[in-house]
Design a protein around this ligand. Structure first.
Ligand SMILES: [Zn+2]
Length: 162
């Protein structure tokens, strides 16, 4: 009954509240918003956070796939190893940051902004940066897509009660 009562007035505040909860730790949720969301939606939120974390993890561990060796490179194994290390330090650490994770769509610019890249030849760096920037946009907007799907699904569930 509480859920039913809530469903009449949640539309306006729910989406922003939901989005803000996605950004925060489930282990330390905003109690007021959690109570207002109700258990069912909170479970949906937990599932969404898991999906988003998986997306972030997979992109954090994609350094290897994002490397593109130049045909003219003399030691592409060395370049690949250095690329993986630098990607981990400068990109993965930012997208997995526990308090202020960088948005996934920032990955191409995070890669393109390296002013130095020890152990990587200029040609491999250029080829890899090019590879990352030419990846389909969908690779990096997964988080927004998942949030959209979940919010829509919850809104739908809510309408079914009315
Ligand atoms: Zn190289």
């Amino acid at each position: 009954m509480l859920e039913l009562a809530q469903s009449y007035s949640v539309d306006k505040w729910m989406e922003p509240a939901f989005r803000s909860l996605v950004k925060h730790h489930l282990s330390n949720p905003d109690t007021t918003n959690t109570m207002r969301l109700g258990l069912c939606r909170f479970a949906g939120l937990a599932k969404l956070r898991e999906l988003i974390l998986n997306t972030r993890l997979s992109l954090a561990f994609s350094g290897k796939q994002f490397f593109a060796k130049s045909m003219l490179c003399h030691d592409s194994n060395q370049c690949r190893r250095s690329w993986e290390t630098i990607y981990w330090i400068r990109v993965s650490s930012k997208i997995l940051h526990p308090d202020k994770p960088a948005p996934l769509e920032d990955i191409p610019s995070l890669v393109a902004s390296w002013t130095d890249y020890p152990g990587i030849c200029h040609l491999c760096y250029e080829a890899s940066t090019q590879k990352v920037s030419s990846l389909p946009e969908a690779t990096f907007v997964e988080e927004e897509r998942l949030t959209r799907i979940t919010v829509d699904k919850i809104m739908e569930m809510q309408k079914a009660f009315l």
